[in-house]
Ligand binder design. Structure first.
Ligand SMILES: Cc1cc2nc3c(=O)[nH]c(=O)nc-3n(C[C@H](O)[C@H](O)[C@H](O)COP(=O)(O)OP(=O)(O)OC[C@H]3O[C@@H](n4cnc5c(N)ncnc54)[C@H](O)[C@@H]3O)c2cc1C
Length: 586
């Protein structure tokens, strides 16, 4: 009997080994074939003659800059023939970062980058030279920084008494598990127009769980968000079940994303001769008559230099005619629209004007079919808003306070969500310095609130009506800092800059199929759309990856490039990932 078992086990071991070897051989063959095809495609691209063809890119956010980078890097399109039009005075869109040690620093976001996903993001930044580490790429710089400064959040969720909760426990009941599993398996087409709340109306317990608080405050999913978005989020970040309580699977950039990502990308493009037209809004465009989508004219509204403005006009209006062979890539909607910044003693008050990017988008939908609809995304700022704040302080007294509260090294606390806060207040401690030129004795902290219309737990005001000082007061009270220490800490503060972003979560608003247009709309001849408001099957919006992926898809499509855009990683087909997620969910 024992012998028979031994024989059986030996045969099984040989079988498995043979299977694995065969798979390896197949993988190697596939990789070689892919490399061969890429090399041929690169040679074809190198020898292409673009003549005087031009590329017009609307929007200088990450998506627009990435589009220019793909044109230059992969298509060998002459940089001098690429123009990027940006309505703001600075490039980067929502990847901003500005300020000084005297006046205080500010940034809209302090991003976490996903190591398991972000396939195109990593691929692109492996080829963009770092500005700070000679001979290294931006991706290498980020990963080296991460190795030195890993995230090990201890106080991810806390309760009203300041106790650290066990965020490993997802706290599901059987119905929650069943509803979640059904959602993940569901055909997305059947979820059109539905919200998260609609799906879980029979199992409202889900909204009381640690799982929900973690997902809500890490991935900005709200009960009124699009259900398809939530489903994609669950599938896309499946490995996050294993690390979401500590965030140790996420990566940070060494400095803010403007300094760490946008500036190197901008520098790379400038060296290639790309032109940037900042303070220049594209207000309208015309398509050639007849079927198909061929952009033939762009209308620009350019802010004039200070001296000319003093002489009378603030703007000049121009027209750009596109020639045959020219292309136009448009960011059809910006999450940074109408952002307003306040200060220590002034709340942030956003403008009520209609967001410029959505106006252009709307205009073109009236001219041609198949270009989606901005209405579901840009009509309900009360549902799509988010607020953040940046604290700049002299010395490190604030860091010591956070260490006292969390018990860990403050810079390892990538996110702390305060259970008692109706604003859903969450704070982040970056590794210092976080801004280029930030002095050693100046500290920067950042935080956000996902429910800025609610009254605070300690400050009897909606977050959106608060000055920086009031937001800091609420934050310190959430950490149970006694009054006398709060006053002393306040003395160290240089500025607290509140930031209101009415459309920060607009891409996650519920919508119907077709409201987000395809990157290459049907009939496209020289036109593509990029950013957070286009449809990319299976991918999850409101990420850096989505911006880069849309840009790559647009460029490869328009330039008839045969190379593959990195596919979305199929975590759902990986047994270990599934097993780990299932273990956490039980
Ligand atoms: C607060 C916040 C936190 C975030 N956190 C994370 C995170 O942790 N991890 C992550 O991966 N992602 C995060 N994101 C998402 C990510 O930053 C964005 O998805 C990405 O930066 C969007 O880039 P974009 O180029 O598509 O759009 P945007 O950044 O919105 O840039 C678009 C640009 O186009 C310009 N533009 C648009 N229309 C016109 C026009 N007609 N004429 C001229 N210019 C125009 C706008 O002025 C803007 O500068 C966060 C976003 C925000 C707002």
């Amino acid at each position: 009997m024992r012998k028979r078992w031994e024989k059986f086990l030996t045969a099984a071991a040989f079988g498995t080994a043979a299977g694995m070897t065969l798979k390896k051989v197949r993988d190697i063959r596939r990789r070689r074939e892919k490399e061969r095809r890429t090399a041929i495609e690169a040679a074809v691209m190198r020898n292409r003659n673009y003549g005087s063809r031009k590329a017009h890119i609307i929007g200088g956010g990450l998506a627009g800059l990435a589009a220019a980078a793909y044109l230059v890097r992969d298509c060998h399109f002459p940089g001098k023939q690429i123009t990027i039009y940006e309505a703001a005075d600075m490039l980067g869109g929502s990847n901003d970062g500005q300020g000084s040690p005297e006046k205080g620093y500010a940034c809209r976001g302090m991003r976490l980058i996903d190591q398991d996903n972000y396939e195109n993001f990593w691929e692109l930044f492996y080829t963009i030279p770092s500005l700070n580490c000679r001979g290294k790429s931006v991706a290498e710089e980020i990963l080296e920084f991460h190795a030195k400064h890993p995230i090990r959040t201890r106080a991810r969720l806390t309760d009203g008494d300041g106790n650290i909760l066990n965020a490993k426990a997802m706290e599901f009941n059987l119905q929650d598990r069943m509803a979640l599993t059904r959602l993940v398996m569901m055909d997305e087409k059947k979820l059109d127009g539905l919200t998260v709340q609609d799906w879980f109306k029979e199992t409202p317990h889900l909204f009381e769980t640690n799982f929900w608080r973690l997902w809500q405050t890490t991935f900005a999913v709200q009960p009124w968000s699009s259900l398809s978005h939530f489903r994609r989020c669950l599938r896309r970040v499946l490995p996050a079940f294993g690390w979401i309580d500590s965030l140790k699977g996420a990566v940070r950039t060494p400095l803010n994303q403007h300094d760490s990502l946008i500036r190197p990308l901008e520098e790379y493009l400038r060296r290639e001769g790309v032109s940037f037209k900042q303070n220049c809004q594209v207000t309208d465009m015309e398509f050639a008559e007849g079927p198909g989508l061929t952009v033939k004219t762009l209308y620009l509204k350019q802010r004039v230099e200070e001296e000319e403005a003093r002489a009378g006009e603030s703007f000049v209006f121009k027209k750009v005619e596109l020639d045959s062979g020219d292309i136009c890539i448009m960011t059809n909607g910006a999450v940074s629209e109408n952002t307003a910044f306040g200060s220590l003693d002034r709340p942030a008050v956003p403008s009520l004007r209609r967001p410029a990017s959505s106006q252009l988008w709307e205009k073109i939908t009236l001219k041609k079919p198949g270009l989606g609809s901005p209405e579901p995304f840009f009509s309900k700022p009360e549902k799509t808003e988010r607020m953040s704040f940046t604290i700049t302080a002299q010395g490190n007294a604030l860091l010591k306070e956070i260490r006292k509260f969390s018990g860990g090294r403050p810079e390892e606390e990538a996110r702390i969500t305060f259970g008692q806060s109706p604003w859903l207040l969450t704070s982040t401690v970056p590794v210092q310095p976080y801004f280029s030129g930030q002095p050693e004795d100046v500290t920067v902290l950042w935080g956000y609130g996902l429910a800025p219309r609610a009254l605070g737990a300690y400050v009897n005001k909606a977050m959106e009506d608060c000055t920086g000082r009031e937001i800091l007061e609420e934050y310190l009270c959430c950490m149970h800092v006694p009054e006398e220490r709060r006053a002393a800490l306040m003395e160290t503060v240089i500025n607290v800059i509140p930031c209101r972003m009415p459309y920060a979560e607009a891409p996650t608003a519920p919508a119907k199929a077709g409201d987000k247009p395809k990157v290459l709309p049907t009939g496209s001849v020289n036109f593509a759309m990029i950013g957070q408001f286009v449809e990319i099957p299976e991918d999850m919006v409101l990420t850096e990856e989505y911006a880069v992926r849309s840009a790559r898809t647009a460029v490869y499509g328009l330039m008839d490039m045969k190379r593959e855009v990195c596919p979305v990683t199929p975590h759902g087909r990986r047994p270990f990932v599934l097993l780990r997620a299932a273990r956490r969910a039980l």
